[in-house]
Design a binder for this molecule. Structure first.
Ligand SMILES: [Zn+2]
Length: 381
């Protein structure tokens, strides 16, 4: 059994909207207050506060008269946010992440409910302290009863509920096909079979709309209601771009996983190219990181193999026909002829063929190929 999140849009009643606003506010308040408390303890007394200490601070706040309002919402999301904070601290102390940030009112708001704080029956979801079930647009059926749900409101003002469920991944028929993938900019990727995806420039497509919304925002008075409205309009355009991009990436990753048993990619290329400021924007727009992340979990569910190729492998400089390695292969060269065997190459297809060959070599050597632990690098949103 595997766990997976199923996300749906929902439309809160005015009562639920109020309850959620209060809950989000309390979650943010607790998160920030406890983060401040831990930060001060560390800087003033070199004291590390753990989860138990953080939770004790929450209990203290609930008993203090100025912060009594915390009792008006379910206590589960408040505890859950401290669990997440604990993970953030662990990642920081293990050197995997930066120091935890304070939560801002302007960004996505969320609250997590575990089983004791919601009821799910006959396709209806009821939150603790709420009288009516959520009006959810069930775009697909839940495979099982959710164990945890996360309610969120994005900066465009849309509400979502994400249900964590156990599910049985669908087994795909075994296919003999294997593919190498070269991630690019002109095309999101090119396969070793010579298939090009093109690169829908979602940001460019909405550039005019975005510019208009941003211009309108810049003219509104600071702190005014109209400014808040204009900001939400900008957020809606952002949301639209991100939805289109995700939709496109899901279709492509699904197709690659359905059609191939073995998928070879250059994993670390994503990270390295993002360091190049000239390329970073186009790359995050193309969504390489997100694409590789999708390939990773979809391959895992379908029992396909995803093989990560070493970043130093000269996939672009190597002739896939004879193995000759060129000294240089600047980015602007799209096609070239091998000086050794005179094969004419398309730059990207040649690279994809090399990636496939390298991936198969890794598989044949029986090295650790399933672990792509270092890969995930979620695309910027
Ligand atoms: Zn050659």
């Amino acid at each position: 059994m595997t766990k997976r999140a199923y996300k749906y849009r929902f439309y809160p009643t005015p009562e639920q909207e109020q309850l959620l606003a209060r809950t989000f506010g309390c979650v943010r308040f607790v998160y920030n207050a406890v983060l401040r408390y831990r930060t001060d303890a560390f800087y003033q007394r070199q004291e590390k506060i753990g989860y138990v200490g953080a939770n004790a601070e929450l209990s203290r706040m609930k008993k203090t008269s100025e912060t009594e309002f915390l009792n008006e919402v379910s206590c589960v999301p408040l505890q859950q946010c401290l669990r997440h904070q604990q993970t953030a601290f662990k990642n920081f102390f293990d050197g995997r992440a930066r120091y935890p940030n304070f939560k801002s009112k302007r960004h996505r708001q969320s609250a997590e409910f575990t089983r004791s704080a919601f009821k799910y029956r006959d396709g209806q979801l009821l939150l603790a302290k709420s009288k009516e079930p959520l009006v959810i647009r069930w775009s697909r059926q839940l495979p099982s009863e959710p164990t945890t749900i996360t309610v969120s409101k994005d900066s465009a003002g849309r509400y979502f509920v994400s249900c964590l469920c156990e599910f049985e991944p669908e087994e795909l028929p075994i296919t003999p096909k294997m593919v190498g993938i070269d991630l690019g900019l002109k095309d999101l990727f090119v396969t070793s079979d010579g298939i090009r995806t093109g690169n829908p420039r979602h940001t460019a497509k909405y550039a005019a709309k975005m510019a208009k919304a941003q211009r309108a925002l810049s003219k509104k008075k600071l702190g005014s209601r109209n400014r808040a409205k204009a900001r939400q309009k900008v957020a809606r355009v952002h949301a639209k771009i991100s939805d289109c991009r995700m939709d496109g990436l899901h279709k492509l990753s699904r197709q690659i996983v359905n059609e191939n048993q073995v998928i070879c990619v250059e994993s670390l290329k994503v990270k390295n190219m993002l360091r190049n400021p000239r390329l970073a924007k186009s790359i995050s727009d193309a969504g390489w990181g997100e694409f590789v992340r999708q390939l990773e979990y979809k391959a895992l569910w379908a029992d396909r193999q995803l093989v990560a190729i070493d970043q130093w492998y000269p996939s672009s400089k190597r002739c896939s026909a004879c193995g000759h390695v060129m000294d240089k292969m600047p980015l602007h060269i799209r096609a070239w002829t091998c000086p050794d065997c005179t094969t004419k190459h398309d730059r990207d297809v040649n690279a994809a063929v090399n990636i496939k060959a390298a991936g198969l070599a890794v598989l044949a050597l029986g090295e650790n190929v399933s672990g792509m632990g270092q890969v995930p690098l979620s695309s910027s949103r």
